[in-house]
Design a binder for this molecule. Sequence first.
Ligand SMILES: C[S@@+](CC[C@H](N)C(=O)[O-])C[C@H]1O[C@@H](n2cnc3c(N)ncnc32)[C@H](O)[C@@H]1O
Ligand SMILES: O=C(c1ccccc1)c1ccc(O)c(O)c1[N+](=O)[O-]
Ligand SMILES: [Mg+2]
Length: 214
Amino acid sequence: TRSTRPQRLLTHVKQRARRGDAQSVITTIDDYCRAREWAMNVGDEKGSILDQVVCEVSPDVALELGTYCGYSSVRIARLLPPGARLLTVEFNHDYATIAREVIDWAGLQDRVQLLEGASGDLIPQLRQKHGIETLDFIFLDHWKDRYLPDTRLLEDCSLLRRGTVLLADNVICPGTPDYLEYVRSSPRYQSQYFSSHLEYTRAEDGLEKSVFLG
Ligand SMILES: C[S@@+](CC[C@H](N)C(=O)[O-])C[C@H]1O[C@@H](n2cnc3c(N)ncnc32)[C@H](O)[C@@H]1O
Ligand SMILES: O=C(c1ccccc1)c1ccc(O)c(O)c1[N+](=O)[O-]
Ligand SMILES: [Mg+2]
């Protein structure tokens, strides 16, 4: 049977990227997705904004919602200080399997913990099961209708603290109107929009950075 897009992406990484070299994994995936077949990674242009925010926050504990092939997991984890960790959540087993291999190829397996399951089920388990007190940084990049319910869930589970930064992908394309309205109108968040483009295209898109005010 025909291979899947994530499988073809992983094969390309193993053929072209240097093992243990996170930047070469990132560049290889971006080149492949631009030249051969589009894939829903955050990409290089929005990825640079993601890098900038991760460096600014320098999180000890980061959470990513939506792993796919592990591209943004590699982007985030390569910037974490030693001892810091990224928890990334993915409910598609095939994608999670590919992502583990991409993260391993980049040499970042010691900083990334991939949790297989639905965000709505895993978020309430973060404290008891994964020893999380509060989160420093959250990258939202899963199905767009889950951004708002999962943000409310993070609040209700007391996983946010004054200064926690939420960075949301795709707030224009495909769009997350209910989430955007919430973080921009709630007195509990200070939000800022970073204009960019949908990965590997000229379509408008952007990231919304929201700081939880406690
Ligand atoms: C856009 S892709 C993630 C891309 C990745 N962040 C990157 O930039 O490389 C979205 C992923 O979220 C997963 N997903 C969607 N809703 C989810 C949920 N509620 N819980 C866990 N995973 C979810 C999908 O299976 C898919 O792999
Ligand atoms: O929803 C899509 C989508 C919709 C239709 C076809 C392909 C992808 C998408 C597009 C760009 C993204 O950056 C992204 O995170 C997603 N996503 O699925 O979460
Ligand atoms: Mg996205």
